[in-house]
Ligand binder design. Structure first.
Ligand code: NDP
Length: 309
């Protein structure tokens, strides 16, 4: 079947786009991916999404978005888009089982995943002191001690944000310098309660029922190697994100970090009829509310395109 619009990605951006298209009676299919819900499913309480005065469980929030989309008539399938041909309209997507879907417009809302170090302990303490989003979870560490891993702009921004809440913030940096811009480094330097631990790698976490500290190694692999434990309550990853764009096979313009480039202050991409919404096109904001807003914009942009096509 040919749809007016194919939405790829089951997170706040994708579900919001589906709600708008369904309510406009545009035939649309949302292919939500193998792990519907996206990053919200890995967070606990969300207190910064307006409309929930007492906060809302991240999983419930995204499940509600999905249910809302279904209630207004959206078609949703739990499947993965393996590849897509954007060279001609209608566009043709190939799903994991080999079946194909065609559509006159496409909204890419596949998100980005925070990178982790790959330690077993990160999984063990997921939601129990390990986080990859200071804006989401920092509030739970008021007057506590936290560590941020990474030395880039994100790490500095997260450390700075956390320094307003936590009593002490350590930055665990594997090199002897910060990669972040001078401006971000300056913001970190101005905070008395941020301490940068250079030349340090995390090799494990410890704690009964939650993070109580990190096992660190200074000068790993050298004659000066030194192992020590850092008592902390929260361990924040800020070593970059990976936007999910591999299935596009380079057909849509991305920036040097792999994020889809949008143009003309809209969600339009380098390919006419293809729109991008949420974290896959946005390295800067990475918030559920921003992604939902993007989903709305992408649906409206797609409708305008379809009405003019
Ligand atoms: P970056 O890739 O810039 O930095 C990643 C950091 O994590 C680096 O310090 C890197 O160390 C470290 N790192 C990576 N892998 C590991 C690992 N396995 N163990 C320990 N440390 C590791 O990512 P960001 O998310 O910081 O930034 C992404 C892009 O977004 C950048 O272009 C950045 O400028 C931009 N950005 C801009 C902001 C702003 O202007 N306000 C805010 C946030 C992001 P190493 O240096 O050793 O490689």
């Amino acid at each position: 079947m040919n749809y007016k619009c194919l939405i790829i990605g089951g997170g706040p951006a994708g579900y919001t786009a589906a709600i708008y298209l369904a309510r406009a009676a545009m035939s649309a299919l949302l292919v939500e991916g193998p792990q519907p819900g996206g990053q919200l499913t890995t967070t606990t309480m969300v207190e910064n999404f307006p409309g929930f005065p007492d906060g809302v469980d991240g999983n419930m929030l995204v499940q509600n978005m999905r249910q809302q989309a279904i209630n207004v008539g959206a078609n949703i399938v739990t499947a993965t888009v393996r590849s897509i041909d954007l060279s001609q309209r209608p566009f043709t997507a190939v799903l994991e089982d080999g079946s194909t879907v065609t559509a006159d417009a496409v909204i890419i809302a596949t998100g980005a995943q925070a990178k982790y170090l790959g330690l077993d302990d990160e999984r063990k303490y997921a939601g129990l002191g390990v986080s990859a989003c200071a804006t989401c979870d920092g509030f739970f560490y008021r007057r506590k001690v936290v560590a941020v891993v990474g030395g880039g702009d994100t790490a500095c921004e997260e450390a700075h944000y956390l320094s307003n809440l936590a009593s002490r913030v350590y930055m665990i940096v594997r090199k002897n310098y910060l990669r972040a811009s001078a401006a971000m480094q300056q913001r970190v330097a101005e905070r008395d309660n941020i301490e940068v631990l250079y030349n340090c790698n995390t090799v494990g976490l410890y704690g009964e029922g939650g993070v109580e500290g990190a096992h660190l190694v200074r000068n790993l692999g050298t004659a000066d190697e030194e192992r020590f434990d850092l008592p902390i309550d929260g361990f924040f990853l800020a070593i970059g994100h990976a936007p999910a764009t591999a299935f596009l096979g380079g057909q849509v313009q991305v920036d040097e970090a792999g994020y889809i480039v949008t143009r003309d202050h809209s969600t339009a991409t380098s390919v006419d009829g293809v729109f991008a919404a949420g974290d896959v096109a946005n390295a800067q904001y990475r918030q559920a509310i921003a992604a939902a807003g993007d989903g709305c914009r992408a649906a409206l942009d797609a409708m305008t395109f379809l009405n003019q096509a």
